[in-house]
Every structure is written in structure tokens, then in C-alpha cells.
Design a protein around this ligand. Sequence first.
Ligand code: RB5
Length: 149
Amino acid sequence: MKIVIGCDHAGFGLKNLVIDHITAKGHEVIDVGTNSTASCHYPLFADALCKKILAGEAELGILICGTGIGMSMAANKHKGIRAACCSDTFSARLTREHNDANVLCFGERVVGAGLALDLVDAFLGATYLNNGNHVVRVAMLGDIEDSNL
Ligand code: RB5
């Protein structure tokens, strides 16, 4: 798959680890930065990442900040983006299967390196269950976006 990844200064420590991990599994990675621990603003990187997905340049995205929360808030401002902030592998899998999440967010100050890679594996390894009420509910998310422009 083509995966886009981004972080802020507080997530930079995990980003290259995740890139190496998913590259070794055969995924193609687009890195939208940041590229150091110098203080920066997470919405910029969430926006850059979401634009790659919405332009069709990547299928799924991974965003890392201190908590994962700011990144998920910023990503979910984009129509067509369904970002989930996860710190357990059950949620990381289910958000692909049930919510058709296209962006995984987590916090470097929340999860360790081992759990971070497990979250990534759970998310990338899962498939949206494209049937029944899941489809109805994901469509409803889009309807809410359209009625609150
Ligand atoms: C940066 O200090 C921190 O606020 C940011 O990485 C993130 O956790 C925000 O949600």
C-alpha cells in the first residue's frame, strides 16, 4: 500500500521507526515531515497528510504527535478523512473494520515503540467490512460533514 506519514516535534522520535517498519513490510511511504525535534505546529502536518490522501496519492495515513489527539482533531476537519486516535490494538483494528478510518493517530508520549508498531500493524492489517450497517453509518458521517459546511 501507499502510506503517508507525518508527525510534529513530539512524535518525531517514533516516525522513522514506523517508516522503517512499514517499508520492510513492502509498503511505499510518503513522509510529509516534520523532520526534527524543533518545536512546530501539528495542524500543518495533519493538513499536508490529509491532502495527500484526498488527492489519491496515498491510501492510508499515520500521524504522530505527543498525544495523537491534536493530530486527530486537525485531520478530522477534512471532508473524507476519518482519523482515529488509538492507544490499543483492538481499537486500531476495529476502526478500519467498522469506521473505515483512513488515518491512524497516536501519541509518542502515550505509547512506547513496541505498542506503536503493533498499532500500525493492527491498522494496516485490517480491512473495512464494507457491508450492512457499517456502510450506513460511515455514509452518515459523510452526511454530517455535508450538512455542517
Ligand atoms: C506538543 O507539545 C503537543 O501539544 C502536541 O504534540 C500534541 O500532543 C497535541 O495534541
